[in-house]
Ligand binder design. Structure first.
Ligand SMILES: [Zn+2]
Length: 402
């Protein structure tokens, strides 16, 4: 560090004498011991030159550039440029990087960002090309019963799928109670070769991971059904799958399919309902543990999906009230839910309570797979949905073939 530094003035070429004198007067000072004193105050400079105070720094800077030679840019060694008097007397902390070097660095960062973005984009294009390059026909004549229900439900939910075999934005089809389950089922259909990935899939469906590899969001993928090996069109396929679903007991896997499908949708539905209820009553940090899952399954064993929703609603309401009146923390209140649900089911059973089902609009709000399961596969419609429990499912009588 230089002893007793001074502002160093460099005039801009072509600048005129009167303005040069303003700059000289502005930057001139002396030392009083170790203290730097400006020869004239800014007010004095302004008055003596007859300029406006608000213009002073712009006049000085148009005429000259001033430097502090005691401070150099750590990148290019250029001396620190001073913008005003306070810049000169200010204490300096840390390394100085000049404006030009900062600008260059920012440009570099921006260039790197763009390059990285381009690299990610081309990686996504490569992944999508690989994924969507397949066009392997599928023999729908050999489709399994459960897969037939899934495909039928999608064709029913999406006019576009039925016409062209393609569909996107699958979360909007509302296949299952939760998007997570819908996504898993789409993935299963894709694993069996029934669903393929359309080349119209947007790049946003693919995520390139930092550590390498990629993942695909099933709800952003544009899916296409595989062509039928025998050239059956999609509307024809829908009719055939409908007939297959209606044949029920002719398929050995009918009962197994119905049970598996009901349990899958039931657990998904009541889990979603419980999450929604604890959110509504502001019981925070809810995570479904093994005990909760067990309690939900126990309730479903004895009650229908909409009846279990009713049990959950009441038990959650009580937990919320408990957390308020007894001043217990919400976590403890949340922990009471699984145990209370089991006790409530036991009491309701032994005392033969009437449990009123909690219903959404059957046609417009319940997930399409649930309505297909009851309206078409079981043929019992809404009344069946209101009453069918895990126990009743075990006793499922063979349904007449229609
Ligand atoms: Zn620099």
């Amino acid at each position: 560090m230089l002893e007793q530094k001074r502002p160093i003035l460099r005039f801009v070429s072509g600048s005129e004498e009167p303005s040069r004198q303003v700059a000289i007067d502005y930057w001139r000072g002396h030392y009083d011991g170790n203290r730097w004193i400006w020869d004239q105050s800014v007010d004095q400079v302004v008055t003596s030159h007859g300029v406006k105070r608000k213009d002073i720094t712009s006049i000085v800077r148009a005429t000259s550039t001033s430097f502090d030679e005691s401070i150099s840019c750590i990148k290019c060694a250029a001396h620190k440029e001073l913008t005003s008097r306070s810049d000169f007397v200010a204490k300096n902390y840390g390394d100085y990087i000049c404006f030009e070097c900062r600008r260059r660095r920012a440009e570099e960062v921006e260039r790197e960002r763009q390059e990285q973005e381009l690299a990610i984009r081309s990686a996504k294009i490569a992944v999508l090309e690989k994924l969507s390059g397949k066009d392997i026909p599928y023999d729908y004549g050999s489709i399994g019963y459960t897969a037939a229900i899934l495909v039928y439900a999608i064709l029913l939910a999406s006019d576009h799928a039925c016409e062209t075999g393609e569909f996107g934005d699958s979360a909007n089809l509302h296949l299952c109670p939760t998007d997570k389950l819908s996504g898993e089922l789409l993935k299963q259909l894709s694993d069996t070769g029934i669903l393929q990935i359309s080349r119209h899939t947007p790049l946003s469906a693919i995520e390139i991971k930092d550590e390498g590899g990629w993942s695909a969001n099933p709800h952003r993928i544009r899916w296409k059904f595989a062509r039928d090996v025998n050239g059956v069109t999609f509307p024809q396929l829908m009719t055939r799958l409908g007939a297959m679903i209606d044949s029920r007991e002719e398929y050995l896997s009918y009962r197994q399919s119905v049970k598996a499908l009901w349990w899958m949708l039931a657990v998904d539905d009541v889990s979603r309902f419980l999450l929604q209820a604890v959110t509504k009553y502001r019981l925070p940090d809810y995570r479904k543990g093994a005990k909760t899952e067990e309690a939900l399954r126990y309730a479903l064993e004895h009650y229908s999906i909409p009846q279990v929703r009713r049990h959950i609603q009441i038990v959650t309401e009580k937990a919320a009230a408990y957390s308020v009146t007894r001043d217990v923390n919400s976590r403890r209140a949340l922990n009471t839910i699984p145990g209370n649900l089991i006790s409530r089911v036991d009491r309701a059973l032994s005392e033969q309570w009437t449990i009123y089902p909690l219903l959404d609009d059957w046609t417009n709000e319940e997930p399409i797979l649930l309505t297909v399961l009851f309206n078409r596969v079981l043929g019992t419609g809404l009344p069946g949905f209101k009453t069918l429990s895990g126990t009743l499912l075990k006793e499922l009588e063979p349904s007449p073939v229609t």
